[in-house]
Design a protein around this ligand. Structure first.
Ligand code: ADP
Ligand code: ZN
Length: 444
């Protein structure tokens, strides 16, 4: 079996579930084409909206002769799922559906995704591959703090962990006191949650005198569901001694387990034998070559309940051209720096919250808790960033604080090219989150 011959950390032998990560490239491309052809046929025959769009373009399933031909196919977007609510995009009869998941969205009806037994099984495999990539093994104890229920985070990681053979603690979100108690008492080695909730746990743990290095057995954090930065990774790792991994996914494509970073952190490896990636120019909708930045688009090559053709994620990234040192052949994309919906236009400049985070967290004295406020004074946009620092820092001389504020402002301005007013605030004074955290208030 080829997986045994692959390069990997000798201390963590390759897990059998990871075999497809190392598939020879020509085999992988042939498999993707075969699967794409099957998918297009299934969707064309079962989903009226897609059939109509393909007919308008005069494209038939048999026109897909190479992977490049994917660009002949129509895109799908979130509003399609809303417009066709609840079952319009289903490609399997209800008899074959075994579970629904929903994504909240911000307004109106949720979007509904149907999973067949096939979909649930392959999703579990994807989450197992993601966990295996992080070095999670059957001896681990995993606390799943993502929400269970309609949200995909909890159940996705749960089945992934059970598949690997971990002892899974399905505690779901909330109740920080209990989270910390069980983390200690159960000897938890892996925690899966949003990075912002983990920050909250660190904070509350420190308040109770917990030293994460000495008092817990934590080794790995599986963090996703919201954008975060390399600077945040460093802060989390330094505060706890764990390795912080990045897991990516979205409900429309299955949930977590679409992509994950390996120990080299060269971006996130895409499980592209199931989720075929493209990067497009969001304006012209043209497919861009690997290496260029644009909007991530996924085609679910093997899903049967609610398969997606060229689903536009709104997430901004680029596919890396260099192979990763870990030896995997599946490609990586750069960590998601932003969601195009999150872009702020401040004084005519495009600004992503993650850029502000990068600038802030480069400064040692800054704690990883901040809020961004945008307002308008007369004709001018005003950007204020409130950021927590320790009480000791706040008790420094006024001059020292002024110097710190200007150091932070410069670090941020260096990245976003606009000036911001920096306000230093007491620790624990800014909002915390038990799920996805919104750190921006746009009051214009
Ligand atoms: P909702 O649209 O309700 O937030 P999801 O839970 O499906 O639904 O969220 C998926 C989105 O979450 C992705 O499109 C992406 O924007 C974000 N996301 C998920 N994982 C990550 C990650 N590791 N890094 C950055 N963003 C992520
Ligand atoms: Zn790698």
């Amino acid at each position: 079996m080829f997986y045994q011959e692959c390069a990997h950390d000798e201390n963590t032998p390759v897990h059998p579930v990871s075999a497809p990560d190392y598939m020879p490239m020509d085999q992988l491309r042939a498999l993707q084409l075969h699967r794409l052809q099957g998918l297009v046929k299934r969707v064309y025959e079962n989903v009226p909206l897609t059939r109509k769009r393909m007919d308008e373009r005069k494209v038939k399933p048999e026109h897909i002769k190479s992977l490049k031909d994917i660009s002949l196919l129509p895109f799908s977007v979130k509003t399609d799922l809303r417009d066709e609510y609840p079952f319009g995009l289903f490609a399997s009869p209800m008899n074959d559906i075994v579970r629904f998941h929903c994504s909240s969205g911000t307004t109106g009806k949720p979007i509904v995704i149907g999973n067949t037994k096939n979909d649930i099984d392959l999703w579990q495999q994807a989450c197992m591959r993601a966990l295996a990539m992080c070095g999670v093994r059957s001896s681990d104890v995993m606390q799943v703090t993502y929400g269970y229920g309609l949200f995909t985070g909890g159940l996705g990681l749960h089945y992934g962990g059970e598949g690997i053979g971990c002892a899974v603690l399905p505690i779901s979100g909330g109740n920080t006191e209990r989270q910390l108690m069980m983390m200690l008492d159960m000897g938890v080695t892996v925690i899966a949650c949003t990075p912002s909730y983990f920050l909250h746990l660190i904070d509350e743990g420190h308040k109770r005198g917990i030293d994460f290095r000495k008092d817990t057995k934590l080794k790995h954090g599986i963090f996703g569901a919201e954008p975060w930065t390399e600077e945040m990774r460093t802060k989390i790792e330094n505060a706890t001694g764990i390795i912080a991994h990045d897991i990516y996914g979205l409900t429309e494509i299955c949930g977590p387990g679409v992509a994950n970073d390996c120990r080299f952190h060269n971006g996130l490896h895409i499980f592209e034998d199931h989720f075929y990636p493209e990067i497009i120019d969001p304006e012209t909708q043209e497919t861009l070559p690997d290496g260029e930045a644009g909007e991530l688009v996924f085609t679910t090559l093997t899903r049967t309940g609610t398969p997606m053709l060229r689903y536009r994620t709104r997430d901004i990234s680029r596919i890396n051209t260099k192979p990763c040192q870990c030896g995997r052949t599946i490609r990586t994309f750069e960590r998601i720096s932003a969601r195009s919906d999150d872009m702020l236009i401040i004084r005519g400049v495009n600004v992503f919250p993650s850029q502000i985070e990068s600038g802030l967290l480069k400064i040692d004295k800054v704690l990883p808790h901040y809020m961004i406020y945008v307002s308008r004074e007369g004709d001018l946009d005003k950007l204020e960033i409130q950021v927590e620092v320790t009480s000791e820092t706040l008790s420094d001389k006024i001059k020292t604080l002024e110097k710190l504020r200007s150091e932070i402002a410069q670090s941020v301005q260096h990245i976003i090219n606009i000036s911001a007013t920096i306000t230093l605030v007491e620790p624990h004074s800014l909002p915390r989150s038990e799920g996805k955290l919104c750190r921006v208030k746009d009051m214009r």
